[in-house]
Design a protein around this ligand. Structure first.
Ligand code: PLP
Length: 438
């Protein structure tokens, strides 16, 4: 029997449910038993999307097709069994797992390699490969909240600016934190004088501070060292959201920006600049599905695990995991391991140079030909140029992200281009030519 809409609506709830849930209904459902021509139409749409990649300028995703060595690595992993049956990275990758079907050894090694790139001390690095930058931020905030609450007996307040990624507000809600919105300077970076003012107002509560290294729309950088000065002698945890810039800054003359440790040249003493960092893998690196690096110190992890394990001790998996989710993807860490090889890091260095050069090129050309759009590159670390929104056809053709910004005290629709590794000078020239209809 085929169930049409009228027939379905005339059924009572339970009958209707049984009708759609019956094996017969499932077998005939449009989703899983489509005529072959519908599937091939979908494939054609996907193929046409592949041809449109070079028009994708508005969001921070590297659309380059990965080198054939990546696919060879994928095949090698598949030959070994990865992605052929159910592997699972449940638990702490630095501990023995009672479920042997995991890629923890790849995960540990890649975290240690990227940890070294961000200057985490050798032997004092902990982390894992998460599902995304947001997921890594969630772990950073959960860790900070747990450490501060257990150290002081009082839940912290979370501090961030209005330029922080929108997911920070969502995570604030998920973690039931009270927030303090810190003012920004004209360039969109955190105003540390306001931070200090706010810290003094809320001095009865510890401070969980999120610094963004590369804000989503403008590319502003919150000043870590001045933030740390303001946090001195306070109960605080500093998490870095470096979702995009974290991928490329280590390969530029600005690598020191993300170093976890700093050495005092007079005393030779080292001090920590931040507690944890989140970086997206699909943004600068161009990993083909969403993933994130979450890295912290082993010392922080231990401070987190002590209170965590008093409440959560899942005997069932024979270890205290320290991660929020139980099951974790095993395929992504094994595949992302490819991005930690010397050759891959050399490619990342070349891409980092190209994107900064091409950003300077776009800014120069826009200033020369479209100065009425008032293009801005907020700092020389940034691969973002924002400007007054052009014609809608250009916005749609290049998937430009838009946002209203205050210009001369007036809310003005603006757009930005994020210069990712697939965005060559030729692509920018085409975009510049199209701006003529702006
Ligand atoms: C600063 C910042 N943080 C976090 C995110 C979210 O990252 P993801 O998409 O990997 O969850 C973004 C995304 O654009 C971002 O710009």
């Amino acid at each position: 029997m085929t169930i049409n809409r009228r027939h379905f609506l005339s059924m009572t709830g339970a009958t209707a449910l049984a009708a759609v849930c019956s094996p017969y209904a499932l077998a005939t459902s449009a989703q899983i038993n489509q005529p072959p021509q519908k599937v091939s139409a979908k494939m054609e749409t996907i193929q046409s999307l592949a041809r449109q990649k070079e028009h994708f300028l508005g969001y921070p995703i590297n659309m380059n097709t990965l080198p054939k060595e990546f696919f060879a690595w994928r095949n090698e992993l598949a030959t070994a069994g990865f992605n052929q049956f159910a592997f699972n990275n449940v638990g702490n990758p630095y501990e023995h797992s009672h479920i042997p079907f995991n890629s923890h050894s790849f995960e540990r090694e890649l975290i240690d390699r990227f940890g070294a790139l961000y200057g985490f001390p050798d032997g004092n690095t902990w982390g894992f490969l998460s599902n995304s930058g947001t997921d890594s931020n969630m772990h950073g905030l959960y860790m900070g909240r747990t450490i501060l609450h257990s150290r002081t007996g009082v839940p912290p307040k979370i501090y961030f600016t209005k330029e922080a990624h929108y997911s920070i507000q969502i995570l604030r809600d998920v973690l039931q934190l009270e927030s303090v919105i810190v003012d920004t300077k004209p360039d969109g970076a955190m105003d540390t004088d306001d931070l200090e003012r706010q810290l003094n107002i809320h001095r009865d509560r510890p401070a969980l501070v999120v610094a963004t290294i590369g804000t989503t729309f403008k590319g502003a950088i919150d000043p870590i060292d001045t933030i740390q000065e303001r946090l001195k002698n306070r109960n605080a945890y500093l998490h870095l959201d470096a979702a995009l810039f974290g991928g490329f800054l280590p390969h530029t003359p600005f690598a020191a920006e993300l170093m976890q440790q700093t050495v005092n040249p007079l005393t030779g003493n080292t001090s920590e600049r931040y507690d944890s960092i989140a970086v997206s893998c699909h943004k600068f690196f161009g990993f083909p599905s969403p993933a994130g690096l979450f890295i912290t110190t082993r010392k922080n992890f231990t401070s987190f695990l002590t209170p965590f394990s008093k409440i959560h001790d899942p005997e069932y998996i024979q270890q205290v995991p320290g991660t929020i989710t139980c099951s974790r993807d095993a395929v992504k860490p094994a595949e992302f391991y490819f991005f930690s090889s010397e050759k891959a890091l050399a490619q990342q260095a070349a891409d980092a140079k190209d994107i900064l050069d091409n950003t300077a090129y776009l800014l120069k050309e826009m200033n020369n030909h479209y100065s009425h759009l008032r293009p801005v590159r907020i700092n020389d670390h940034s691969n973002i140029v924002y400007f007054i929104a052009p014609d809608k056809t250009v916005i749609d053709r290049y998937s430009l992200a838009t946002m209203r910004l205050s210009l001369d005290g007036k809310l003005t629709p603006c757009a930005h281009v994020v210069i990712m590794p697939h965005v060559t000078k030729e692509i920018l020239d085409r975009f510049l030519a199209d701006l003529r209809i702006a």
